[in-house]
Design a protein around this ligand. Structure first.
Ligand SMILES: Nc1ncnc2c1ncn2[C@@H]1O[C@H](COP(=O)(O)OP(=O)(O)O)[C@@H](O)[C@H]1O
Ligand SMILES: [Mg+2]
Length: 279
């Protein structure tokens, strides 16, 4: 999937189409030629995705950035099986993904905790759904994400960051192999967001999960990812891809001082701004 230099840099081979994983191992997650249009209120259809191809190797962390409305959330819904595409397919380990596959964890931007259930009951929810009872696992997951002491608290008793931690624990309870994350930290204040980025990297490092992360925040995409994929304006497709030449493990608070960070930020932003139209 990748090679590392002595300095821990991930080395990606240059001879790839944008969106494609480095040569070598079989892809973990693959999106092949996905196109989708939605019916419009006044008749006709609006093209949202056009021929999206991407491939993630096992354990890769990739981000998608793109202008608002370019189809990022729609793509994650297609990958999860929630929305069938007009054309193309999405595969996990070479097999089509069907809705409800627990190996694919989907974290929405909005707060999706059940308000009437405690943190523990929320985390237990995916296990209850398959008739499994494992409070030990759920408690250990709450501890793992730093909210073990709040197992009996209700969502309204928790801060925004704590609620995100509970959502992460709930996602992990379904024991996914791939995480689809749609602007998961978008609604958090700046400091909490940095803490959650740190938490996510720590979890990713210790679990070997494959992550596809959607964000409109370039600094977040660069700080977290092995590769940043830039989407075109609607209909969305991959315009360019940027490997992130920053060694791991990364410290979120010092990443802006890394010499590669600023030049990459400017490069991606200059390309992204050409895709933004003011409507
Ligand atoms: N269910 C739907 N029916 C009709 N249009 C939709 C639907 N979902 C999304 N759209 C439209 O598809 C486009 C892409 O939306 P979305 O994927 O949410 O964009 P992004 O996440 O990149 O901001 C937008 O123009 C949006 O209005
Ligand atoms: Mg969106």
């Amino acid at each position: 999937m990748e090679m590392r230099t002595a300095e821990g840099l991930r080395v990606l081979d240059a001879e790839r189409a944008p969106g494609q994983q480095p040569m070598g191992a079989a892809p973990k997650l693959q999106v092949k030629g996905v196109s989708l249009s939605f019916p419009q209120a006044g008749g006709g259809r609006v093209e949202v995705l056009q021929g999206v191809d991407l491939s993630l190797g096992e354990g890769e962390f990739c981000s998608i950035v793109g202008p608002s409305g370019c189809g990022k959330s729609t793509l994650l819904s297609v990958i999860s099986g929630l929305i069938p595409p007009d054309a193309g397919s999405c595969e996990l380990d070479g097999k089509p993904i069907t809705l409800g596959n627990p190996a694919v964890g989907y974290m929405f931007q909005s707060d999706t905790l059940l308000p009437w259930a405690t943190a523990l009951e929320n985390v237990r929810f995916p296990l209850d759904a398959v008739g499994r009872k494992d409070d030990g696992l759920c408690l250990s997951l709450l501890k793992k994400v730093g909210v073990g002491a709040f197992a009996q608290a209700y969502p309204w008793q928790l801060s925004g960051g704590m609620r995100k931690r509970v959502q992460l624990a709930r996602l992990l309870a379904q024991q996914p192999k791939v995480l689809l994350m749609d602007e998961p930290f978008g609604a958090l204040d700046a400091q909490t967001r940095l803490l959650m980025q740190e938490e996510l990297l720590r979890l990713w490092d210790s679990t070997g999960l494959t992550v596809l992360f959607v964000t409109h925040d370039l600094s977040e995409a660069i700080a977290l990812s092995d590769r940043v994929m830039l989407f075109t304006n609607r209909p969305g497709s991959i315009k360019e891809e940027y490997p992130v030449p920053i060694e791991r493990p990364r410290a979120i608070e010092t990443i802006v001082q890394h010499p590669a960070y600023n030049s990459l930020f400017v490069q991606v932003w200059q390309s992204l701004r050409k895709e933004i139209t003011l409507e």
